[in-house]
Design a binder for this molecule. Structure first.
Ligand code: A2P
Length: 326
């Protein structure tokens, strides 16, 4: 498996491009100090050129340190690495968008990010210190921000050179439509990053995004962490699926590799998280085989529209994205 394939890219509507495989850096548990640096350095060493992070994950300082170290030792140049970050929910109001991005850049100690996405369409009350600000009774303080106003500032951050491409995450298609129909739209979102795996194949979202030249980036492509603190033991486990196992046996690949290959083969960007070297290696070995049309259909057939990341605590938010079908 050569570098050429692991670094395969998809074009973005703004003329740039995104590597089809990236490394997720979100740890459900706050990672042990130094763990992210080690993982990101190792990922770059074994050929990953796309790293997906966010202010929320609390480790952008370490991601930045690892990227800078790999530039300093000559493994890569800055322009070889594609880094995505995300505008957190407490920064959606127009006055705070640029500040959110500048905080991320300061943590990374980088001059720009390659892609900056609005993490969720839902706003929370601005807060310097809390990711989920609460009132005195412990109720999370929601904020109904006009996402088009947020988007206009995202555009100005691109013009200011702080970010190369701008996109969204966890938007439903009606929320994407709102942006696409903005009277003074300057830049379309290049992507919508959404939960997507064989139990939530997002076929309708994919069809919609394809029709608008918006790339789908799929998070939790393996069905999320199995950490019992976060994962309901009643939830189905994607990687135990018999169909994925059966197809994997034919190709001498693991269910995880089948789940990832399924996405890249249909033109979807995947960003599996792993901080384990063996699994990071395994997850990039998806370019030396192909699924047949029947196998692609069989993976489509195990869809259950099952969402792990429901953000249930926000179902009353006026911008909650998952009341709509897609
Ligand atoms: P680890 O970091 O220990 O490898 P997702 O990206 O769908 O949210 O899944 C990430 C979870 O799946 C992490 O808990 C990660 O743990 C685990 N994981 C990553 N790659 C694999 C793989 N190839 N096989 C099994 N589990 C994996």
């Amino acid at each position: 498996m050569g570098e050429v394939t692991v670094q395969q890219r998809l074009p973005l509507s703004d003329g740039k491009s995104i590597p089809i495989l990236g490394l997720g850096t979100c740890s459900m548990e706050k990672p042990v100090k130094g763990e992210t640096i080690k993982a990101v350095k190792a990922a770059i060493e074994i050929g990953y050129r796309h790293l997906d992070g966010a202010f929320l994950y609390g480790n952008e300082d370490e991601v930045g340190e690892a990227i800078r170290a790999k530039i300093a030792d000559g493994t890569v140049k800055r322009e070889d690495v594609f880094y995505t970050s995300k505008l957190w929910m407490t920064y959606l109001s127009p006055a705070l968008v640029r500040k959110g991005l500048e905080t991320t850049l300061k943590n990374l100690k980088l001059d720009y990010v390659d892609l900056y996405v609005v993490h969720w369409p839902m706003g929370l009350k601005p807060s310097e210190k809390d990711l989920f600000p609460e009132d005195a009774n412990g109720k999370i303080l929601l904020d109904d921000v006009d996402i088009c106003a947020t988007w206009a500032i995202m555009e100005s951050c691109k013009d200011a050179g702080l970010v190369r491409s701008i996109g969204v995450s966890n938007f439903n298609h009606n929320q994407l439509e709102m942006i696409l129909k903005m009277p003074n739209l300057k830049y379309k979102p290049v992507c919508n990053q959404v939960e997507c795996h064989p139990y939530l194949n997002q076929n309708k979202m994919l069809k919609y995004c394809n029709s608008k030249n918006i790339v789908v980036v799929c998070y939790s492509p393996l069905g999320t962490s199995k950490d019992p603190k976060w994962f309901d033991p009643e939830n189905p486990i994607v990687l135990n699926d018999l169909e994925l196992k059966k197809i994997g046996e034919k190709h001498n690949k693991s269910p995880a590799q089948i789940a990832l290959r399924y996405q890249v083969q249909r033109g979807v960007v995947v960003i599996p998280k792993s901080f384990n070297l063996g699994r990071m290696k395994q997850n990039r070995e998806i370019f030396d085989f192909q699924l047949t049309d029947e196998e692609m259909k069989a993976v489509d057939g195990i869809n259950r529209n099952f969402r792990y990341i429901t953000m249930k605590q926000f179902t009353d938010h006026p911008k909650y994205p998952f009341h709509d079908e897609y």
